[in-house]
Design a protein around this ligand. Structure first.
Ligand code: 3HC
Length: 676
């Protein structure tokens, strides 16, 4: 028999319908049809005077079943189911037992009353999937909250707490204890059935336009947010049924669009990245109760904050008292800044700081279950540190390096326990960026890998497994991009032109802006008399990037960027030195040589087994480098662009590519299955 995925129970004249579709009570076809039937039957049944809708498990509902998108949607459609709920002549009360998102919240909005537990979060995250709430969310939410507050929720996609929902009138009552929820819902059983759709909307089109004007950041690049605004404007000016028709039209257009496909890909890619296909099932993870960090620099401090914020004690080791104090002070300053923005409380700052144990005693690491080395990026230094660590760390402790390029196997080999060693490559600023590349060494034990993947998720990161190679997934893909960017400048482009192609594409910054941010001097030989290339010349002049207020660009006191005449002259000097006559470079050539080459490198990475799956590469670039999410990541984008087109583009500029450049056979081979 088909699963019906809801449960119904009648207590006296009250019927309780429980959504029961684990793990998240998604509103797939079976749930929709059972819910509609149960409500229709209750409407007719003289023995029932009120209906409560609730969810089984931790969530009320995570909304529509995202995996159904892109296929023809089976009837009944969610808006029709919700119209049945709203039209029920008996009061229908949503008992929101946990988080209600998207279509889940729309179910609650169609109910006549809403009661929630304190822990529930309520949100309409559809915009993050490139769509808009398509089951009346854009019509009913403004009727409860007014135009501005509704737009804030719909366009940001961020959920609100039950307390805020109560204060704003989104829910009618909040209960602390989940056990009291159904009774609290039943208190509304004698109230009149009052459809949300019959309420008036506070606010008008001008309020919607004002919201757009005040929040430009929310609209950059994405198509869905403006459609949300159009739908909310319809809510403000039209009766429910007509507004619903506008919403439906916009929803169907968005759901079929490229951005939504890409954003849905990103959603599932992130979840897939957590899976390691070749690990034994039911693996027992090691327990991590205390974390050690070697190095209290910007990186070490940022890494420490992740654990402190998650309630895990951290031992932070440095070699000088001054560096240690500076590191601890920086952590406190970062927390204080977050508290000043109202994102955490002072008590939370103090609680996190109380878990930090800064020390000069390397031996203190003996207590730690995981030690992360975050020292200078130099193999000899790292080897020394791991040798020392091997001598003090307790048996079974996991030893991780935060190296961004170096060979984790070589590092592991200078310990007596290479099976306990792996890479944990955090991205700067490490307390903010969500990506962690978990670098699996040749000898890394399966339970070590599983432990670190789970721990990464626990501290709110998106961990992605990478194999050992120079630069792993993310930084390795930077290499052809940066090499070509420099070559293009030598051949006739300006840094501005190259960067603009990237920012127009949607990247937060271009290759040269990124070099200036990271430091032009990274990897520099530090010999001012040896000038082999343009970067050496910049470094020799002290143009080390934003930190020295000069790099490929000039920077003012506020880090505002401007074109540098000095750099322009240097470029010209280098061209003359190498006998290059500058030519006009097209944006298309920049695109091929700096973006197509990344897709190609990604394909090589996949072929070599450095990444488990193509979508993992997308996750790395989405979460580590700000690749525009609406394109789905480099591999998804590459596939949509067409591998044949990419190969043709690369072949066209083959002569100009840096030495050793090869085109991945994966891009040339006709794909039986999409690789992204
Ligand atoms: N549809 C289908 N599958 C879903 C889903 C959904 N709406 N939400 C979650 N899942 C799946 C996940 O893919 C995952 O599957 P897996 O175990 O096979 O990887 C599983 O449920 C558990 O999800 P998470 O790992 O994400 O669990 P968490 O506990 O970390 O997070 C959550 C739970 C906060 C609900 C998170 O899953 C989430 O944000 N889900 C998406 C919510 C959303 O975007 N809803 C809007 C849907 S669109 C819509 O409703 C349109 C409507 O307006 C018409």
């Amino acid at each position: 028999m088909e699963p019906i995925m809801i449960r119904t129970e009648q207590t006296g004249p009250i019927l309780t319908i429980t959504l029961d579709n684990p793990p998240v009570n998604a509103l797939g076809a079976a749930v929709r049809s059972s819910l509609a039937q149960a409500i229709a039957a209750a409407s007719e049944d003289p023995g029932i005077s009120a209906v409560i809708v609730t969810g089984n498990g931790k969530l009320f509902s995570a909304g529509a079943d995202i995996s159904e998108f892109g296929k023809p949607l089976a009837d009944p459609q969610l808006p029709d189911v919700l119209a049945t709920i709203e039209a029920c002549p008996k009061p229908v009360i949503a008992a929101i037992n946990g988080t209600a998102l998207g279509g889940g919240l729309e179910v609650a909005l169609a109910c006549h009353y809403r009661v929630a537990v304190t822990s529930a979060k309520l949100g309409l995250p559809e915009v993050k999937l490139g769509i808009l709430p398509g089951a009346g969310g854009t019509q009913r939410l403004p009727r409860l909250l007014g135009v501005e507050a509704a737009l804030k929720m719909i366009v940001s996609g961020d959920p609100v707490s039950a307390a805020k929902a109560l204060a704003d009138g989104l829910v009618d009552k909040v209960v602390d204890n989940g056990d009291d929820l159904l009774a609290a819902a039943a208190d509304f059983a004698h109230s009149p059935a009052c459809p949300t759709g019959e309420r008036k909307v506070a606010g008008d089109a001008a309020a919607a336009d004002a919201f757009v004007g005040a929040n430009p950041r929310l609209f950059k690049g994405f198509t869905a947010p403006l459609a949300c605004v159009e739908a909310v404007k319809a809510a403000a000016s039209l009766p429910l049924t007509q507004g619903m028709a506008v919403e439906r039209r916009l929803f169907l257009k968005l759901v079929a669009g490229e951005q939504s496909k890409a954003l849905r890909h990103a959603f599932f890619a992130e979840r897939a990245a957590a899976r390691i296909d070749d690990l034994p099932k039911n693996i027992v993870r090691r327990e991590i109760r205390r974390v050690g960090i070697i190095g209290a620099g910007t990186m070490g401090g940022g890494i420490a904050m992740n654990f402190l914020s998650a309630g895990l004690p951290v031992t932070m080791v440095e070699t000088s008292a001054e560096a240690l104090e500076r590191g601890a002070a920086l952590i406190r300053r970062n927390y204080a800044a977050t508290a000043a923005k109202g994102r955490i409380t002072i008590d939370q700052v103090e609680a996190a700081m109380a878990l930090l144990d800064p020390t000069l005693e390397f031996g203190a690491l003996a207590d730690c279950d995981l030690v992360i080395e975050a020292v200078y990026e130099n193999m000899e230094v790292k080897k020394q540190v791991f040798g020392r660590l091997d001598a003090v760390a307790r048996p079974g402790a996991i030893l991780a390096s935060n190296t961004s390029y170096l060979d984790v196997n070589e590092i592991a080999a200078c310990t007596s326990r290479p099976e306990d060693v792996l890479g944990m490559h955090f991205f700067s600023p490490a307390n903010v960026m969500k990506l962690v590349e978990v670098v699996r060494g040749a000898k890394t034990a399966p339970d070590v890998l599983a432990t670190i993947m789970a721990l990464g998720q626990k501290i709110g990161k998106v961990p992605v497994v990478a194999g050992v190679c120079y630069g792993f997934i993310g930084n390795r893909m930077l290499i052809p991009r940066q090499d070509n960017a420099l070559a293009l400048v030598m051949e006739g482009a300006s840094p501005e032109q190259v960067d603009k192609v990237h920012t127009d594409f949607g990247m937060p910054m271009g290759p040269f802006q990124m070099t200036d941010l990271a430091g032009v001097d990274i990897g520099w030989h530090r010999d001012e008399t040896r000038i082999d290339n343009l970067k050496d010349a910049l470094c020799a002049q002290g143009r080390w990037g934003q930190k020295t207020k000069a790099g490929f660009y000039d920077y003012d006191e506020n880090r505002k960027r401007s074109t540098s005449p000095v750099v322009a002259a240097l470029i010209e000097e280098f061209r003359q030195r190498e006998g290059i006559t500058p030519r006009t470079i097209s944006d298309e050539e920049i695109m091929v040589r700096t973006l197509y080459t990344m897709v190609n490198e990604g394909a090589l990475i996949l072929e070599e087994g450095i990444a488990q799956r193509s979508s993992d590469i997308d996750v790395v670039w989405l979460y580590g480098y700000g690749w525009p999410r609406w394109t789905g990541g480099p591999m998804f984008w590459g596939e949509r662009e067409g591998f044949a087109k990419i190969v043709a583009g690369l072949e066209q500029y083959m002569k100009r590519m840096p030495e050793g450049f090869t085109i991945s056979p994966l891009l040339r081979a006709p794909q039986a299955e999409p690789i992204a």
